[in-house]
Structures are given as C-alpha cells and as structure tokens.
Design a protein. Structure first.
Length: 472
C-alpha cells in the first residue's frame, strides 16, 4: 500500500509539472504568434522612405520599405501603374535586423524620374501572409541633373520682391525716386563664383555695401545644393521717374558640370514713381532740394569720370574676351561673326588689335584632305596610273606640310591676362615681381600646380592661374 501511495504521489507531481509546462508553452506560443502577427494598424504606420534627401532627373533613385517582425518569404509586392515621367527599374526583397536584434523584411525599389518637381508615387500594394495592404511613398523633390542645370542669379529686395525665379511673365516692381532700395544678390546651382562686376546706372546712385565670403559656405562644395548663397548687398537710389531696368550686374560662375557660365541681372521692368511730398514739411522739402543738388553734382562728377572708368579693364571683360576667343577657335560657319564680336569687345575696353585665333575646323579639313589625297595616290598607283598617282602624292605632301604648320599653331596654348603679377619663380614669396595689366593675349609655355609660365612682352615669367583666363 505504501509503495502504491508513493507511486500515486509521484504521478501527481509529474502530471502537475506537465500541465504547468503546457500552460507556459501555450502562453509563449501565443505571445510569439501575437508578436509575429501583422495588422492593418501596423500597415498604416509604415511608409516607403527615399534613401537620399534629393533626387535628380535621369539618375536612379532608391526607396526602402522595412516591415518589422515579418519574414521576407511572407511578403509579396504588386506594383501600381506609375504616371508618365516615372520609370520603375527593379526591386529586391531581403531581411534586416533592427537595433534591438529583431528581424524583419526589407523591400528596396529603384526608379528613374524624367520630370522635376514635388513627386508622390502611387501606393505600393503588399501581401503579408496573404492579406492585402496599401503602403504610401514619402513625397520627394526632384531636381534637374547637376550635369545640365545652370547657375542662377537671384535678387531679393528688403521689401520682399524676389527677382530671378522662374516665371512665365517678366516681373515688375515699383520704386520711389530719391528713395534707397536695398537688395541682396544670391547665386544658386553653382560650385564657384569666380568674379563679378557691375555698371553704374544712369540718374542714380548704386553702391555695394557688403561682400560675403562665399568660400566658407558652399561656393566650392562638390555636393549638390539648392541653397541660395549670398554674394553681395547693394543700395540703389534712382532719381528720375519713369520706366527703367535693374542695374546691370555681371558674374561668371562655374556650373556643376564644370562649365563657366556668364550671368547677368535677371530681366525685370522697374517703374520709378515721383517722390511723395504730401507728408513732408517745408524743412524736409528744403533738405530734399539740397540733396537733389548734391545728387546732380555727384552725377556730373560720375559722368565726367565715366570715360576713365570705361577704360579700366575688369576681370569680367578679360574672361569675356577669352570666352569669345575660345568660340572663335572652334567655329567655322560663324567664325567671322564671332571674330567681329571679339574685336568689338577688345576695342570697347581700349585693347590694341591682336592676332586672330587659328580655326580648329580648318585643321580637320586639311587633315581630311591630306588623307583623301594619300588614299587616292595609293589607289592610282595600284591601278598603274603612275603619273596621276605621282601628282596625288605631291599634293598630299603639300597638304601634309600645310597641316603640320597649322597643327603647330593650334597646339600652342594661349590665355588672356586678368591682372596680377608675374614672378620669376612659381612662389608667392618671390622677392621680385612685375605687375601686369589685364587684357593681353599671352603664350602659355608650362603649367605647374597653381601657376602658368607665360611669355609676356617677349619675357617669360610665372603667373597664378586665377589671374589668367585660358583660351580653350
């Protein structure tokens, strides 16, 4: 009996332990099942996020969807119909691990955008364990590809007007005569602003009040940025009422493609209204008259010195001549027109006439003619027409001689001096330096880091690259 009692107790204890184990296992299984379950509330919390903050046209863009606590094998996708301008490239499904160590499913999608602007893709359809859900994409901004986008000059007035934004109509602003208008010049979509200049408008005072050090911001940044970088602050006080345009500001900027782009003041129609004197007292009117007399005297002095100012050669003028000479070298049909523009630009700033640029298309024509004559001579020789072959050979030799002379002229690199000094050695610490004036066309003999070795007035010397605009 005693043995049977012990067996009964033992079976009772084992049964109790088995029951407890089943209860714990069932609880753990329920918790695991609840943890791995995916509901519509979970789907509403998800969003397909872009990998980058900025996307560009004609460049692949990636989006990522992460679904926590779900195996990749439990997820299937169904693509919607994407609108015109959005091209689906490919997708990939895999797993990922979160910071807490839990695993989930990750879906990567790649697209190419053809249009710019704010874009929202249609929702992606996913199936989790057979159930259908709709997941939204985050709205993204798509910009022009940096290889094609051009720098932009923008003027922002203190009164709130913004000139330079893309608009279908020419913007208009209204200013009051004898009242100072302040604005800031901004540069956008550029990696470098090399130099800028401006012309003093008629019947007005126009001065620069502040120059920003854009090298410390994003002037030389290689990464694309949509930020408008301030360049300078200006004050403009017009005196004569009527219709006019904004003061002419010129700038040479480097685009993301590496091209040098010349910018001018954005087009705008400015209306100058007469000064409002209804609220002014007699003393203010007297002061206004004195100011007008002073302004008139100042304007007379400016116009008297205008001839002298026009003769000063600005870095922008030198860069413009280098650009025209570069076009002259590469042109053929419009060579005369471009050459006339270049000569006019040189005469405008008082430069003496210099030699014309050799035409690159002429070299290719000579080279092609030489090849044709040589091939013709070989064919005639094979046809046993010795005399005709000899004549073609002589003509080919003559063209080879002329082509070699033209090639020798073309390979010589030239540039336009912007200003600065010539040093006997390529070092800033050189004791002896010679100041040079801008506008001269010089021969570039050698290039070392930030220096060019040039021939200037039959003498050689080193000049910094930023002081020379190369003719390409």
């Amino acid at each position: 009996m005693e043995k049977q009692s012990k067996r009964t107790k033992k079976r009772f204890v084992l049964g109790l332990l088995a029951a407890l184990w089943l209860i714990c296992a069932n609880s753990s299984f329920s918790q695991a099942e609840q943890k791995n379950s995916f509901t519509r509330d979970d789907a509403e919390k998800l969003m397909i996020l872009p990998k980058d903050d900025i996307f560009f046209t004609n460049k692949e863009a990636q989006f990522i969807l992460k679904i926590p606590n779900i195996l990749p094998s439990d997820v299937q996708t169904e693509l919607p119909n994407f609108p015109e301008g959005i091209v689906f490239n490919s997708s990939k499904r895999g797993d990922y691990f979160s910071q807490d160590g839990s695993m989930g499913a990750e879906i990567d999608l790649w697209f190419t955008f053809r249009k710019t602007g704010s874009l929202t893709l249609p929702p992606l359809i996913i199936y989790v364990k057979g159930r259908r859900y709709s997941i939204n994409f985050k709205t993204v901004e798509v910009y022009e590809n940096p290889r094609t986008i051009l720098p932009r000059m923008t003027l922002v007035f203190d009164s709130g007007e913004v000139i330079g934004e893309e608009t279908k109509k020419i913007p208009t602003i209204s200013l009051e005569s004898n009242k100072t208008a302040r604005f800031t010049l901004y540069l956008q979509y550029a990696i470098q602003a090399q130099q800028f200049a401006w012309s003093i408008p008629k019947d007005s005072i126009f001065i620069e009040t502040k120059r920003y050090n854009i090298e410390k911001s994003s002037e030389r940044a290689s990464d694309f940025s949509t930020k408008k970088v301030p360049v300078a602050d200006f004050e403009w006080t017009p005196f004569a009422s009527g219709q006019t345009s904004l003061p002419e500001i010129r700038m040479m900027a480097t685009a993301y493609s590496g091209r040098s782009i010349y910018l001018t003041t954005p087009e705008c129609l400015v209306t100058i209204t007469p000064q409002n004197k209804s609220k002014a007292d007699k003393q203010d009117m007297k002061t206004s008259e004195q100011d007008s007399v002073y302004a008139y005297a100042w304007a007379e002095e400016t116009s008297g010195n205008k001839e002298q100012q026009d003769k000063e050669i600005s870095p922008f003028d030198c860069a413009e001549i280098a650009r025209l000479r570069s076009q002259e070298r590469r042109s053929f049909i419009n060579a005369r027109k471009i050459r006339a523009q270049r000569i006019a630009a040189e005469e405008k700033i008082g430069l003496q006439k210099s030699e014309n640029e050799p035409l690159l298309p002429i070299f290719f024509i000579l080279l092609g003619t030489t090849g044709i004559l040589a091939a013709l001579g070989i064919i005639l020789f094979l046809l046993k027409k010795r005399f005709e072959a000899a004549m073609a050979g002589i003509a080919a030799i003559a063209f080879i001689f002329v082509t070699s002379i033209d090639a020798n002229v073309l390979i010589k690199k030239h540039g336009i001096i912007v200003g600065g000094e010539i040093s006997p050695v390529p070092e800033e610490s050189a004791m002896t330096k010679t100041a040079v004036s801008g506008g001269s066309r010089v021969l570039i003999k050698e290039e070392v880091k930030d220096w060019y070795y040039i021939v200037y007035n039959e003498n050689g010397g080193w000049i910094r690259k930023e002081n020379l605009a190369a003719i390409k």
